[in-house]
Write a protein that binds this ligand. Structure first.
Ligand code: PSV
Ligand code: MN
Length: 426
């Protein structure tokens, strides 16, 4: 199913009056505060977030998975789903593939489809956390960190194969996330596991094309519960530095122990020019992979404050690759993703409202109260009319979820694909 521009604009007509009223009110206020509303809207319109190919079906937990009707059962259908998201939000202009869950069969056809839907191929992701059918070696006790050389080699070869697939699609980055670690004290030797991982990553890095980046993701636990080899940003940063200039750290919001100051990690990495990629989600307890902004929206805003500061002041840091890495246990995945996109844009818009020079002055005057006021004034502004205006400007929906529901998208997908179609992924 494809959503036509005319369908979106017909629904928009019904909401336009309310939008204009709230937009004019806000734009007027912001204008008086000296904010360039037009350039802010342009920044929002430019901000694109990749959708992972594995997030379009129902997610699950280790206790089970409840299928969501009309799931995409092929890569083509996954692209169509991202196309739907993009036509409604104009913010989801890229897809990130996980290999081998989503190996294209006909590259030309897939690329043409992506172009027609206005989508790019973002980072390709390797998978050495699951055993693959017919693979001679098992990753049960690790992949790139494994003490067994032929297991490590199989994992290296897989990553190189992922690079080859990405090259054919026009991707420009590889994301490596390792499940490697140990579940019990004494199970592995930390130093040997780290060294093996470093040497393996260097082997993969040798094959990285000149204009590519390698993103090294970290995570403190899960599926291993005693230790992970790349447990934190420092370890990832160390490995990225060892590999070379094209290797970067990737921050996944769910990959921190409770109450970690993620915004400070972001600031340090950007200052060092090493923040390459970003995975959005939200969590209450661990790597819950919940809808972005559903639990800690203020923390997300503080993170965006550092991202905006870094994007404006750290030319040594490349523009980060943004992706949603969430799972949808009980909601319609497409609705969930639209909520995440909205929360990301909202946090970004609020961070853009922060008057950085006033903040600097207040910091230097050690006026702690004023520092907090500056941040919270921005945070408390209802920026949704700005998001609506950015979407309207680019042909998206004033209200994506309302439009999705009024066009009965899920019902149509079920009609097209059947109730029990099943998406690959976790
Ligand atoms: C691991 O938890 C992770 O965040 C990595 O990015 C994976 O590739 C992704 O989730 C999907 O399993
Ligand atoms: Mn992730």
């Amino acid at each position: 199913m494809e959503i036509k521009k005319e369908q979106v604009s017909t629904v928009n007509q019904k909401n336009i009056e309310a939008h204009e009223g709230s937009f004019d009110f806000l734009a007027n206020r912001l204008g008086k505060e000296g904010i360039d509303v037009e350039s802010l809207i342009q920044k929002l319109a430019n901000f694109q977030v990749a959708i992972p190919s594995w997030a379009l079906g129902a997610g699950g937990t280790r206790f089970g998975r409840f299928s969501f009707y009309g799931e995409p059962s092929s890569l083509e259908q996954k692209l169509d789903d991202v196309g739907i998201l993009h036509s409604l939000t104009q913010t989801a202009g890229a897809i990130s593939l996980h290999i081998p869950w989503d190996i294209p069969t006909d590259y030309r056809a897939i690329k043409e489809r992506a172009v027609s839907l206005g989508l790019k191929f973002d980072a390709v992701n390797s998978n050495t956390f699951q055993d693959q059918k017919k693979a001679p070696e098992s990753y049960r006790f690790g992949s790139l960190a494994n003490s067994n050389e032929s297991i490590r080699q199989q994992a290296i070869d897989h990553n190189i194969e992922v690079l080859e697939i990405g090259k054919k699609l026009g991707s420009k980055s590889l994301t490596v996330w390792l499940a490697d670690g140990s579940s019990f004290p004494g199970q592995t030797n930390f130093q040997r596991a780290f060294t093996n991982t470093m040497e393996s990553l260097k082997e993969i890095y040798k094959d990285l094309p000149e204009d590519w980046k390698m993103f090294i993701e970290y995570k403190p636990y899960e599926p291993n519960f005693y230790s992970t080899v790349i447990q934190d940003w420092g370890t990832s940063h160390l490995l990225a530095n060892e590999c070379g200039d094209k290797a970067y750290t990737l921050v996944d919001l769910g990959h921190h122990l409770p109450n970690t100051n993620i915004e400070q990690i972001v600031a340090t990495l950007m200052m060092r020019g090493k923040l390459g990629g970003f995975h959005f989600n939200d969590s209450k307890y661990g790597d819950d992979d919940l809808t972005v902004g559903s639990i800690k929206p203020y923390a997300l805003f503080l993170i965006f404050n550092e991202l905006v500061y870094g994007m404006e002041n750290n030319s040594q840091n490349p523009y980060p690759a943004w992706m949603i890495d969430a799972s949808h246990n009980i909601k319609d995945p497409l609705e969930d993703l639209m909520q995440s996109l909205e929360a990301i844009q909202e946090a970004y818009a609020k961070a853009l409202l922060i008057n950085q020079s006033e903040l600097k002055d207040a910091q230097e005057a050690h006026d702690v109260t004023l520092c907090q006021e500056i941040l919270q004034n921005a945070y408390r502004t209802d920026v949704r009319p700005l998001l609506q205006r950015a979407r309207l400007k680019t042909g998206g929906a004033i209200d994506p979820i309302k439009t999705y529901r009024s066009l009965a998208v899920r019902k149509n997908l079920i009609k097209e694909r059947g109730k029990h179609s099943f998406a690959t992924g976790l």
